[in-house]
Design a protein around this ligand. Structure first.
Ligand code: HPA
Ligand code: ZN
Length: 331
């Protein structure tokens, strides 16, 4: 089974590239850039990753990324992750990135785009990995700032596979970003949003109705609203679920209590993802293994989930067909 899970061609649709920053690279980049960190060692960083909720994680996540300053840093961050993911049998990575968190530190959008762009081309060339880019708006900042970012990104509109919505969900409903998502829609940029991680089912409805998203990131709290579950099923909306993230951020108490089996039984289209692998205890393979251990799923369930990820990914149809073929060889 373990070998099967590694060989399974896995597409990752929900990942924050800044959340792939392992403590070792954090220290190396801090040294390279003369940034001081409030930790004595790599072990001390890992020991600090004891989260009580989403906000307690975000505080360390934004602090950690302070070491990212140059295009080379963003290249090294992404390339390090792509190599690890490739070794776990990941064939496609869609990465959210958080420009506002970098702009606030004086790091220009062009710097981030240059570094990530170089890494994406290298990953394609050296690893045969396809990638997509999702520019996220920080929902705990103003909608005006989000709109400014979208305009600032005009040289890159063609490069963006989607825009997304992340950061602290409580008290920051999707409705706040209706205008900026409408602008993205008019530009022809697809849209996704985090909803129903810590926020109520109502935020999932808003993301569908007001932001016109094609996927919901997390969405696990939909189960509190049976009519919403029915709607998600009827419309075939994909939820990008992140099991280990949900455990670490105390969205669920332990993996065995995760609603994944109930979401599957409800007939929803789900994918498995790592969210912030450096902070939440592992990448795609660790998430797949955790589900295998907790739910004792058969190979066919994993094939089904991997297939949905390939169907719902931002990729060209030639690539999609070739990944579907690779998946068919696994059964
Ligand atoms: N949730 C919301 N925002 C985020 C996350 C997350 O898990 N990771 C990075 N930004
Ligand atoms: Zn996320």
């Amino acid at each position: 089974m373990d070998d099967f899970l590694r060989r399974l061609p896995k597409a990752e649709l929900h990942l924050h590239i800044e959340g792939t920053l392992e403590p070792e690279l954090m220290f190396a980049l801090a040294r390279r850039n003369g940034v001081s960190l409030p930790y004595a060692s790599v072990e001390a960083v890992r020991a600090a990753y004891d989260f009580t909720d989403l906000q307690s994680f975000l505080d360390l996540y934004y602090q950690g990324m302070s070491v990212l300053r140059t295009a080379e840093d963003f290249h090294d961050l992404a390339m390090d992750y792509f190599r690890r993911a490739h070794a776990e049998g990941v064939v496609h990575v869609e990465m959210h990135f958080d420009p506002q968190a970098h702009l606030a530190r004086g790091v220009e959008l062009a710097t981030v785009m240059e570094g990530l762009g170089q890494a994406r081309r290298q990953a394609e060339r050296e690893l045969g990995l396809s990638t997509a880019l999702i520019m996220a708006f920080l929902r705990d900042r103003s909608p005006e700032e989000a709109m400014q970012l979208l305009e600032k990104a005009s040289p890159y509109w063609e490069t963006l596979d989607a825009v997304g919505l992340d950061s602290a969900e409580r008290d920051h409903p999707p409705a706040k970003f209706q205008a900026v998502f409408e602008r993205a829609r008019r530009l022809g940029i697809p849209r996704v949003a985090h909803a129903g991680e810590e926020g109520p089912p109502e935020y999932i409805r808003e993301a569908l109705d007001l932001l016109d998203v094609c996927r919901i990131d997390h969405g696990v709290r939909c189960l509190e609203d049976p009519a919403l579950v029915e709607r998600l099923r009827d419309q075939g909306v994909v939820l990008t679920v992140c099991p280990l993230s949900n455990v670490r951020l105390k969205v669920v108490e332990r993996i065995e209590a995760h609603p994944l089996p109930r979401l599957l039984d409800a007939g929803l289209r789900l994918t498995l993802n790592s969210d912030d692998p450096a902070y939440f205890g592992g990448g795609m393979l660790a998430n797949f293994r955790a589900c295998q251990r907790a739910f004792d799923w058969s190979k066919s369930t994993f094939i089904q989930l991997a297939g949905i990820a390939i169907e719902a990914a931002f990729m060209d149809e030639t690539r999609r067909l070739s990944l579907h073929r690779r998946l068919a060889e696994c059964s």
